[in-house]
Design a protein around this ligand. Structure first.
Ligand code: PLP
Length: 359
């Protein structure tokens, strides 16, 4: 099996796995202790959580705090509901975790439109009276990098806070320095599933989404998992150390894949993008048939969250593709552990299988 679905999730880094194991050990090792307990094993677990918090914080701007959550989806819900915003502006290519939570919050919603290149214009005006603006750092479906510094400036000029979903950019790009809140997910940066984080700039007040024991500075009650925190922290530290090397590897892979699939049309800008995301279309392509012809290549027909719904991707529709074009698009995602030869082979097979369809 060749894994080419890095936007859906990434392989767990061996270093992250190793960091988790002491906190999953059996009864004699005491790694199971509750990190909120005051006894010695509890304090050891709490110390591991705090090390992890520092490691995650090192990927983020200075001057804020990291709140661990169960996922980036939860972090984004905490940001949206926690601010009780009445008027929110979001890009029309946001992940459902932002779009649906804003909708559910009952706030007045204004869409900021991306252009045909999959990028929200940096000079987009923000309506007066807006409390919160949310634009992602890197789009999960087409990989385009958004001008978040400019958009944060526009949000601030209108008196709004800026929330950045940095799930697909964290550990790969410099953090969105001017954001007020930033959401991350461990499993998108070679950490474990089941943990995310919301970074909140100092001085910004939030109400909790989950009530109970008052953990996570009162913002997210519930017992933390030291194993998940330690895995997230180790993955974050590794991503920081390897950022330049990972980007160079991905740039080389991008060239290989683009060459092998030169007859396909790229969705979204080819310059302002994370190169580990290749979203391509071939008019008339039957993607379901392509996937069933290539069962040992794991790639995506769109965003993992939307796939299976039968609905064409809202992102591809937002950048001007027809329903048919959107449905004839595939997403190939690669990264740190992708081997060049495997990618080349998989792309050649994808190309050949499309050719058999006569498209
Ligand atoms: N935001 C973006 C851009 C994503 O790609 C995803 C995951 O697909 C999420 C949010 C949700 O992340 P999680 O799986 O941690 O809830």
């Amino acid at each position: 099996m060749i894994y080419l679905d890095y936007q859906a999730t990434t392989p767990l880094a061996p270093e992250a796995r190793d960091a988790m194991l002491p906190w999953l050990a059996g009864p004699e090792a005491m790694g199971f202790a509750n990190p909120h307990s005051p006894h010695r094993p509890g304090r050891a677990a709490a110390a591991a959580v705090e090390v992890a918090r520092e490691q995650v914080a090192a990927l983020l701007p200075p001057g804020g705090r990291v709140i661990f959550t169960g996922s980036a989806t939860e972090a984004l819900n905490l940001a949206v509901f926690g601010r009780k915003a009445r008027q929110v502006a979001v890009s029309n290519i946001e992940h459902a975790a932002v779009l649906d939570s804003v909708q559910a919050s009952g706030a007045r919603l204004r869409m900021l439109e991306a252009g045909g290149d999959g990028i929200v214009r940096p000079d987009t005006a923000i309506d007066p009276g807006t409390d919160l603006v949310a634009v992602m750092q890197v789009n999960n479906e087409i990989g385009t990098i958004q001008p978040v510094a400019e958009l944060a400036r526009a949000a601030h000029a209108a008196g709004a806070l800026f929330l950045c979903d940095a799930v697909q950019g964290a550990g790969k790009l410099a953090p969105p320095e001017s954001a007020d809140m930033i959401a991350l997910s461990a499993h998108k940066l070679h950490g474990p599933k089941g943990i995310g984080a919301l970074w909140v700039r100092d001085g910004i007040a939030l109400s909790p989404l989950i009530h109970g024991g008052g953990q996570e500075q009162g913002l997210r009650s519930g017992t933390l998992s030291p194993a998940l925190c330690a895995g997230f922290g180790a993955a974050a530290a590794l991503a920081k150390a390897r950022m330049a090397g990972d980007a160079a590897h991905v740039a080389a892979l991008w060239k290989i894949a683009r060459k092998a699939l030169s007859g396909w049309t790229l969705n979204g800008s080819d310059r302002q993008r994370w190169q580990g995301n290749l979203n391509l279309r071939r008019d008339g392509l039957d993607v379901a048939r392509l996937m069933s012809d290539l069962r040992d290549v794991a790639f995506s027909a769109g965003s993992a969250c939307a796939s299976g719904s039968g609905r064409p991707s809202h992102v591809l529709r937002a950048i001007g593709l027809s329903e048919r074009q959107a449905k004839s698009s595939i997403r190939i995602g690669f990264g740190r552990y992708t081997v060049a030869g495997e990618l080349e082979d998989a792309c050649a097979r994808i190309d050949a299988a499309a050719a058999v369809q006569g498209v």
